[in-house]
Write a protein that binds this ligand. Sequence first.
Ligand SMILES: NC(=O)c1ccc[n+]([C@@H]2O[C@H](COP(=O)([O-])OP(=O)(O)OC[C@H]3O[C@@H](n4cnc5c(N)ncnc54)[C@H](O)[C@@H]3O)[C@@H](O)[C@H]2O)c1
Length: 328
Amino acid sequence: MMNILVTGGAGFIGSNFIRYVLKTDSGDCVINLDALTYAGNLTNLSSVQNNSRYLFVHGNIADETLVGKLLADYHIGAVVNFAAESHVDRSILNPRQFVESNYGGVSIFLNCLKKFPGTRFIQVSTDEVYGSALNGQTFSETDSLNPSSPYAATKAGADLLALSYYKTFGMAVCITRSANNYGPYQFPEKLVPLMISHAVMGERLPVYGDGQNVRDWLNVLDNCRGIDAVLHRGKPGGVYNIAGHNYHSNLDIVKLILAHLGLSTSAIQYVADRPANDELYAIDDSKIRTQLGWTPQVNFDRGMAQTIDWYKNNRDWWQPLLAKVKNR
Ligand SMILES: NC(=O)c1ccc[n+]([C@@H]2O[C@H](COP(=O)([O-])OP(=O)(O)OC[C@H]3O[C@@H](n4cnc5c(N)ncnc54)[C@H](O)[C@@H]3O)[C@@H](O)[C@H]2O)c1
């Protein structure tokens, strides 16, 4: 039983992870430190807000005083760092914000953590740090990093910095690099919720380029299980890929959504591609499978159908958020 400091827990994966931890009978308590940027949303956590094992703290991972106080006051056993600017398009418009949070924030946080050598630190990273794969190629954890977007570059930088704290200061750092997540509570600027919300509203569905860029899709609960496995059993200094094994082009995802909703593909609108849009993300996850016994459990067709239905039935959740994207 321990106190876990989850950062960025009011976002998509973080809120799913907090609900996941609180559903287990581990007795672990969660302190959620979140700056509540446009992507942070406390309604994601309304089902646990009165749980005696949960506490929300409004603040930034780059606030040295606050972070130091939380680590000391709550005897934190482990930190899971989800806090980040996470939308690639925004990183192209405003890279600086990404450098400040994703790299600078992690740097300040790690420095505070030096005073707490017994505390584990899990840096939640992404398959995007490896850059684009060739057809048939999968990246393993020892492959070099070759990020394309400012978002991926800041995540790669944070991975290297976190690993340097393991090597230099002996801190118990682990890294997870997951594929694209899908599931409930994802901010509606990302492909899956954006397309579902546009389809439900009868609007055009903007697809980048020819829509042939391929991503590997991982159910968010499978990612939570993987992160939990690394949190409890990961080897210090270990990097763990978490794959979905569900390779689909963006266009196929959009067509699947339209088919599930019984709508025609005529709403698809091809728009100018994102600069440096990687063709394919593909990772080898044999390490987490063999060393930590993790395997994905959610069938893609079923998980995606449930996800589409969730957004269809929770318009009150995404409609106000979509307005924020449109007014940007
Ligand atoms: N979504 C994916 O498919 C995916 C895939 C692989 C890795 N990741 C990584 O997982 C993590 C979570 O992604 P997500 O999709 O849930 O993101 P998200 O944008 O939905 O949530 C990010 C959360 O972090 C908070 N935040 C941002 N900067 C902060 C700061 N400086 N201090 C404190 N809180 C801050 C935001 O308020 C928000 O609640 C990110 O680190 C991302 O790089 C995401």
